[in-house]
Each structure stands twice: as C-alpha cells, then as structure tokens.
Design a binder for this molecule. Structure first.
Ligand code: NAD
Length: 286
C-alpha cells in the first residue's frame, strides 16, 4: 500500500494565511509592517529564483521586503558595510544574505556580521548555539519546516523510543535537524559521505531525513516499512525534472513521505516569513 504524502505546500499555505491574518490585525492597530532585507550578490541563476520566490511570499503576507542587488565584484568591506547599515535600520527586522556568495567573499565573516536578533535564516553562531543549548533564538528555516511537517503525522509529537536517522551533516540542514529531533527525545544517528553501509543505518529509522543533494540516493530497500521519510534534497533527474534524494519507490514502503516538489521547499519559505514576523514582534517588545 502506498504511504501518505505529507503536503508541505498545503501546510505552508496555512502558515502563510495565519501570518497574513496576524499582520492584518497588527496593521489595524497602527503597528509597523515587519521588514525583511534580502542581499543578493552576483547573478547566480538559482539564487535569483529563490530570492524572487521569497520576495513574492513577503508581499503576499504583508511583510515589507527590500531586495538589494549587488554586483559580483562587490568587495568584502562593501558587503560588510551594507550588513552593518541594515543592522542599524529600525525598519528592517530580518536580514537574509542569499548563499552562495561569489568567490572572494568570506561567507562565514558576512554571516557573523548580521545582528543575531535579525538573523531570520538562523545561521549565525549565536542562533546555532541557542539551538544547541535549547535556548530561544531563530531556528534555521528548512529543518524547522521538517519538524512542522512531522507535527502533522500522528504519534510524532514526541519521538521518545524512536530512532531518527539524518543523512547529511551540513550546518544549514543535517546538524540542526538532528538537534531538533534530539530535543524531541529521538535517538538520533547522523550519517554522511564517510558513513560505511548507509543502508544498515537507514533501515532502522522510524524517522528518516534525507538532506544530501543526490537524486534517488534513498531507495525502497533502504527504508523500514512504516517509516516517516522527509526528503529535503533538491535535484534534477536525468530528464531535468525537479526531484529529491528519495526514489519514487519509497512511497510503497514508507507510511508517510514528503514529496519534492511540494514538500520541504514551500515550508522553508513559510518559516522564513514566520521568523521575520517573530523578529518584528520581539523588536517591538524590546
Ligand atoms: P551540503 O552539500 O552542504 O551537504 C550534503 C551532505 O550530504 C554532507 O554532509 C555530505 O556528507 C552528505 N553526503 C554526500 N554524499 C553522501 C552519500 N553518498 N551518503 C551519505 N551522505 C552523503 O548540502 P545541504 O546544503 O545540506 O543541502 C542538502 C540538499 O538539500 C541539497 O539538495 C539542497 O539543495 C537541499 N536543500 C533544500 C532546501 C529546501 O528548502 N527544500 C534547503 C536547503 C537545502
């Protein structure tokens, strides 16, 4: 029997509708609109698409977005100066530097320059540390989206007694999602490119998160019957069609599966909006 799809697109829509209502109610009381500044350096084609989608989503819910396009030749100092300006700007509650940056720009220095209170991507070391320590901060949007999708699956609110396997150990997906699963009391295994016999691990997973970037890496034989599978990967198959890391055949084995497209992707944008609105709320209280 085919597993059930976890409809990330519908869930993301409901989060956006809720944010729209919250912002409309706040606007009626004269509250300022939350502001998101997006810095796009260079002309990477994929980044242009991602940024366009984020700006469009902001407009839909009532977040004021500013897109700052800078040429690929922008120096480290110029970019740092723009980030510092945005840190000081009271109308900006969220700052997003679209990655990857062109060669010659030090991503970690740029990310470190963002005010952690405006780091709505949740990539700053202060927010990464807060997640590690279980303290309030901004959670990175993609792993947060995974957890919100898991919330919709019966019996997944507590993961005590369950084994979660994360494939991928990046700072933006693999590691943070592992911490979030751990905070939900799962027993967590993190696999990566150096893990021998990946299937031996994935086959024991009650919850399997694939965040690698390899089309079809996770096949049906690697999945425990009845597992919940979250597919974070964004790839193109041999026909150029968008696909995840999880092969289509996994739907025959898993109880719940997030699709690509229409799964984690839309959730990432919804959680970015959520973080921006939350940042504006915290700034208003400060
Ligand atoms: P990354 O390249 O930083 O990390 C990939 C990870 O996969 C690494 O930790 C590596 O060790 C591991 N890996 C590589 N080959 C492996 C193998 N054969 N077996 C086991 N592990 C292996 O990538 P990332 O930034 O974490 O992104 C992962 C995927 O998720 C990409 O496809 C990316 O496009 C996608 N992504 C999607 C969203 C979204 O909004 N849906 C957001 C971020 C990333």
């Amino acid at each position: 029997m085919a597993g059930q799809l976890i409809d990330g697109a519908a869930l993301a829509r409901s989060i956006r509708e809720q944010l729209t209502q919250t912002l409309a109610a706040a606007a009626a009381t004269g509250a300022a609109r939350p502001g998101l500044a997006v810095l796009l350096v260079g002309d990477d084609a994929a980044s242009q698409v991602y940024v366009r989608n984020k700006v469009k989503a902001c407009a839909e819910v009532g977040v004021a977005s500013t897109l700052l396009r800078l040429p690929a030749q922008t120096s480290q100092d110029e970019l740092l100066a723009r980030v510092h300006e945005l840190n000081q700007d009271p109308t900006v509650h969220g700052i997003l530097v679209q990655l990857p940056l062109p060669p010659g720009l030090d991503e970690s220095r740029i990310m470190a320059a963002i005010d952690p209170a405006k780091d709505v991507d949740g990539f700053h070391a202060v927010n990464a540390g807060a997640l590690l320590l279980g303290q309030p901060g901004f959670w990175p949007c993609t792993p947060h989206g995974c957890m919100r999708m898991l919330d919709t699956v019966p019996g997944m609110q507590s993961l005590r007694g369950k084994h979660a396997v994360v494939v991928g150990r990046s700072h933006i997906v693999g590691k943070p999602v592992a911490l979030m699963l751990l905070a939900r009391d799962a027993t967590v295994t993190v696999c990566h490119s150096g893990t021998p016999d990946l299937a031996a691990h994935t086959r024991t997973a009650d919850v399997l998160v694939a965040a690698v970037g390899r089309a079809g890496l996770i096949t049906a034989g690697m999945v425990k019957p009845g597992a919940v599978v979250l597919d974070v990967g964004i790839n193109r198959d041999s026909q150029g069609k968008l696909c995840g890391d999880v092969a289509a055949s996994v739907a025959q084995v898993a109880a719940y599966l997030s699709p690509v497209p229409g799964g984690v992707g839309p959730m990432t944008i919804a959680l970015l909006l959520h973080n921006t609105v939350e940042s504006a709320r915290r700034h208003a209280l400060a």
